[in-house]
Design a protein around this ligand. Sequence first.
Ligand code: AMP
Ligand code: ZN
Length: 461
Amino acid sequence: MLKLYNTLSRRIEEFSPINPPHVGMYACGPTVYDYTHIGHLRKYVGDDILRRVLETEGFEVKHVMNITDVGHLVSDEDSGEDKIEKGARESGRTVWEIAKFYEDYFWKSVETVNIKRPNIVAKATDHIKEQIKLIHKLEKNGFTYQTNQAIYFDISKFPNYTKLSGQKLEEKEAGARQDVVVDKQKKNPQDFALWFFTVGHFADHSMRWPSPWGEGFPGWHIECSAMSMEYLGDSFDIHTGGIDHIPVHHTNEIAQSEAATGKPFVQIWVHHNFLQVDGEKMSKSKKNYYRIDEIIGKGFELLALRYLFLTAHWRDELNFTWKSLEAAQNALNNLRHEIRGWEQPKVGCAEYEQRFRQVLENDLNTPQALAVLWELVKSDYPTSAKAKTILEMDNVLGLKLDEYLGKQIEAPKEVMRLVHKREQARNSGDFKESDKLRHEIKKLGFEVEDTSSGSKVKPLQ
Ligand code: AMP
Ligand code: ZN
């Protein structure tokens, strides 16, 4: 049975969906105002592994992800400019052009690390009606108040507001106060905006819609409550995000969803840890980030980055270095090399399939899953059985190993001629000639290896 760590209960729980075999999974998506970097990719690979494990466990997953294209202010706590508007102003493009450009870059990036597309992708600007409906419900239930600048959620009306983070409200208050609270009419510093009016600070905001309260645009948090409940129902199984979403975004999502419906919002909260650089979160603001272009530019494959992500547990930090990416690329190349030439799949190795499943069922332990895979590769099982199991494993790992399994490397003709000659020399016991030929092959940039199924060549690393 699959077990997952739940931020809400602060323990590892047995996963049992509300309506089996269906699983509703909502993933907070990108704010499309700037380039996707490889830190983001770690989070989306994490979601992808979770979804693939659920699928191999026999669940039918409905994976919904949002695209934030309005309402996410420079500070998560509702201060500063809207990120998309800022991007547009600074680049001289329209907000719609900015959102489209960076959304396209996002899809290009996640495809390179072999992420399955969510079943439903929901844009905030396509769901204004649903957000207004939800705010209306909150108003009817007595959780909102209006100032000249915005409609706010009154957190003092919602018991146990900080249950997700476990923070004391006073601690949160200190955090909230550090921001410039622009609206003096706000009752509590942690109250958050559901709807901003296009007045004052936001008078020139280009994205705006009519609402029962006046023209404006939605706050960031309401979109995820409105769209997740629209597609997955008032209560659903799994909600994911980065650990930075715990104290504000997801805390607010829970408050506004449960205040509207009176029902528990989400069963299991999955929060992925960060990709770091020199011990700090990889982020745009620290300018310590890399994009897929830089990875490709340095001659690495993005699948090697995916491999690197799998070497760390999703709840642990992972420090990115070029050396670690190089090690991941080498490991992936070696894995491919091992499985080349293996016969087509027949029956698998049940023992390894079971062990692989067990480690993933234990809170998605991908480092151990890789260890089991390597143990199998090096084991004495016949290669045809190993091949079948490797393909099964790769349904979860997503390393596209099927593109290599059973396929001989395409070495240049001259290299293959020498390999063939060398095989003949070996067969006739002429090891001196065989060694000489190995040396010549090496000079052409290839390495030859003798296996039970004949000689194999791979490029020198
Ligand atoms: P954003 O577009 O900034 O809202 O981020 C999209 C998602 O990526 C969020 O769930 C963030 O928590 C996550 N994220 C941002 N930076 C990193 C990082 N360095 N490592 C892992 N996840 C990150
Ligand atoms: Zn969200």
